[in-house]
Design a binder for this molecule. Structure first.
Ligand code: SF4
Length: 232
């Protein structure tokens, strides 16, 4: 996105393919996380990864929304919840596991950055706040739903399977200076809206697999990309 600012100056920008994010997971991290998942009963594509933690409170989705999302996605798709994060998110992740009435596992504080990439690579999909590992999810090709509030929603203009949910309030963007008390822009994105976004990405992936195994089947868009504004 930012490199396009150079175009008016006549400076060549890159093709969409060249701009695609890349994250080198590596064989060692992949093997370690395959074993880690096996110990916890998390099969390949058998879980929804969530990334609930970030540094600024105005970028956090309400804590109580995460269990509701995990329960909806489990009911619809049978996916276990996997909570990712650093050591600072251990307590939040544990609270989400306790509050969720369907299977959920925490990896918060247990993984380095490459291991996080490996877990995202094998996830069915990811739901994340505006934070670094959300970009890793996109880079490893994981269908990703991002939840944006105070900051500017970012598009990945490279065909990645990505949906961004964002409610644009009149006070937006406040960045580091929110004028509200409860971050209503993120509170306005309901768990049901995030679950529907997961449905859309998973349906696009299934349609893609069906189309490749049956060339006469209706060809769905190769990837669901773009910006979606939450309505519910
Ligand atoms: S001030 Fe507005 S944009 Fe900023 S966090 Fe609050 S509701 Fe969201």
């Amino acid at each position: 996105m930012y490199v396009s600012l150079l175009e008016p100056l006549g400076i060549r920008t890159h093709s969409r393919e060249e701009l695609r994010l890349v994250f080198p997971v590596g064989d060692a991290a992949r093997a370690a996380m395959t074993a880690w998942r096996g110990e916890r009963g998390l099969s390949e594509r058998g879980y929804l990864a969530i990334i609930p933690g970030t540094t600024r409170p105005q970028k956090m989705w309400p804590d109580e929304y995460w269990p509701q999302l995990l329960e909806r996605v489990h009911a619809e798709h049978g996916l276990t919840g996997l909570i990712l994060g650093g050591p600072a998110e251990r307590d939040l992740a544990a609270a989400i596991v306790r509050a969720t009435r369907t299977p959920a596992v925490s990896a918060a504080g247990e993984t380095g950055i490459k291991e996080t990439g490996a877990l995202l690579e094998s996830a069915a999909a990811t739901v994340a706040v505006d934070t670094g590992p959300m970009h890793i999810a996109v880079a490893v090709g994981c269908p990703t739903v991002s939840l944006f509030g105070s900051t500017g929603p970012r598009l990945f203009d490279d065909g990645s399977p990505y949906l961004c949910l964002h409610r644009q309030f009149a006070c937006w963007p406040c960045h580091r200076h929110p004028i509200c008390r409860h971050y209503e822009c993120l509170r306005a994105i309901a768990p049901a809206a995030a679950a529907r976004a997961v449905d859309r990405l998973l349906a696009a992936g299934t349609a893609r697999a069906d189309a490749s195994s049956n060339p006469s089947a209706h060809a769905a868009p190769a990837r669901a990309a773009g910006l979606a504004f939450a309505r519910g």
